[in-house]
Ligand binder design. Sequence first.
Ligand code: NI
Length: 183
Amino acid sequence: MAKLRILTIWEEEGELLRQPAKRVRIFDRRLHQLLENMVETMREGKGVGLAAPQIGLDQRIFVIEYPEDEERPEETMQRYEMINPEIVKAKGSEIAHEACLSLPGLAAEVDRATYVLVKAQDRHGKSRRIKVYDWLARIVQHEIDHLSGVLMVDIAEQVYKVVEQEDGEVELVPVEELFGQEE
Ligand code: NI
């Protein structure tokens, strides 16, 4: 397996994060290897989700690892691989903080549906319908946005800089002009 490089919005190649991804048509061993590499890369980055555009690939693929029971993460860890995903139904609304491996050092307050029905293919091309709720629904929506070139900061109510204090506490400092400031 190979760890892949995660693109960030601050680098030149980061423009690949802005390109809409294309449908996957071939479900072969190369795809399976790519999924394994994406999972490894996501774990290494301590992320809960990773979409193909984040490694510079314009394909409609993402992986997520999230526990079924947050109190017992190790025993209940679930892996989700979604290929050509589409949101069929969405309900509810909740604002919460998100992070993104392609936007290191930032957090964003984003309004997301609390229930989503997704239609996606698995690694063998089999079509499935998956119901997701709450935090998992949020991650799925975040990853599907990546496949359209949309980042959390584009749709955020508020963007924050994550500042670690000397005592290890984390402070969120509101950012007004994200792209203006960084250039
Ligand atoms: Ni992300």
